[in-house]
Design a protein around this ligand. Structure first.
Ligand code: ATP
Length: 306
């Protein structure tokens, strides 16, 4: 595996007339991570991918993949990556197997036993013509195409489009195995639920700008938790008012429910001081809320951007 950054974008911008599809984007991926590139439709995800793969030219800035310059070394780059474009267009008259043979030939051959293994895991029928497959089954052929040369870096634009939940989880399992082998995955998605399941780190893009970049664990630690506390007698909430991060506290005799985004240690200490705590339940962090805060106020952002 290469020691160079799997993807490095520096000050990358792409404008289509007045539309600023990418705005001064800086991003460096780490080897072996699954990176979720998250943003709503039109945020600039596809533009970013097509720019770093030299399918379109940046207005400003530069990028490299595995140490190769996106523009000067675009042919070399293709040898090292697997790429699933958004809404993959495949030839309707070719079968899945013919399609994969075509891509295999472009790459100078592949390990067909690995292709067979992938087809089995994804339950892909390679004998049917692409034109006769459902969109989800077509997507499976696209996925196998991206995986089949065991690339150092996978770039996938909305990969689970059309896959049923069972296949999505098999697909995620494959991604995790590849990452465990030191391969890197760049996964573009507009659905938080998918990124949340599989990514180590998340970048949120909005109107062409990277508005957040952090690990999923960091994001989780910031998210609002819902907490239920059971006491062995009437609750005393006197000290709780002083704990930073408590919202919507409700006390009903020996139970308290609250929303909390502060330091858990502070909360536990204060709860234990005045009360005998029998049980605490915390519910899954509400990441949706965090993402919504980045996606809200679209109008404000447009004014800023212009
Ligand atoms: P989606 O998930 O819908 O594909 P995306 O995040 O990939 O969304 P892009 O396709 O990168 O978003 O589009 C970013 C912005 O650039 C959008 O406003 C889009 O309309 C605009 N855009 C993309 N391609 C072109 C083009 N060839 N000409 C003009 N504008 C374009």
């Amino acid at each position: 595996m290469s020691n160079a950054a799997p993807i490095k974008a520096e000050n990358l911008s792409k404008h289509y007339g007045d539309v600023k599809a990418l705005q001064r984007l800086d991003l460096t991926l780490e080897t072996g991570e699954i990176f979720g590139f998250l943003g709503p439709n039109g945020a600039g995800k596809t533009t970013m991918i097509r720019t770093i793969l030299d399918e379109i030219r940046p207005t400003e800035g530069r990028s490299s993949i595995l140490g190769f310059d996106s523009r000067a070394d675009s042919v070399e780059i293709r040898r090292h990556i697997g790429y699933l474009p958004s809404g993959t267009v495949l030839y309707p008259n070719l079968t899945g197997r013919d399609t994969l043979t075509y891509f295999a030939n472009l790459r100078g051959g592949v390990d067909w036993s690995y292709v067979g293994e992938l087809a089995e895991r994804l339950n892909a029928d390679l004998t049917k013509k692409i034109g006769n497959l459902s969109s989800g089954n077509r997507q499976k052929v696209g996925l196998i195409q991206a995986f089949m040369n065991r690339p150092e870096l996978l770039i996938m634009d909305e990969p689970s489009a059309g896959l049923d939940p069972l296949m999505q989880s098999e697909f995620h399992a494959i991604l995790q195995e590849l990452a465990a082998e030191g391969r890197t995955v760049f996964l573009s998605s507009h659905t938080l639920s998918e990124v949340q399941l599989v990514a180590d780190r998340v970048g949120i893009i909005r109107h062409g700008r990277l508005v957040a970049l952090e690990s999923l664990a960091e994001m989780r630690s910031k998210a609002m938790r819902k907490i239920d506390v059971q006491f062995d007698g009437p609750a005393r909430e006197s000290g709780l008012a002083g704990v930073a991060g408590i919202r919507d506290i409700k006390v009903d005799r020996d139970r308290a429910t609250l929303s909390f985004d502060g330091r858990m240690a502070d909360l536990l200490k204060t709860l234990a001081e005045g009360n005998n705590v029998l049980d605490i339940r915390t519910r899954e962090a509400d990441l949706d809320e965090i993402f919504l805060t980045y996606y809200r106020d679209d109008e404000t952002d447009r004014t800023e951007a212009s």
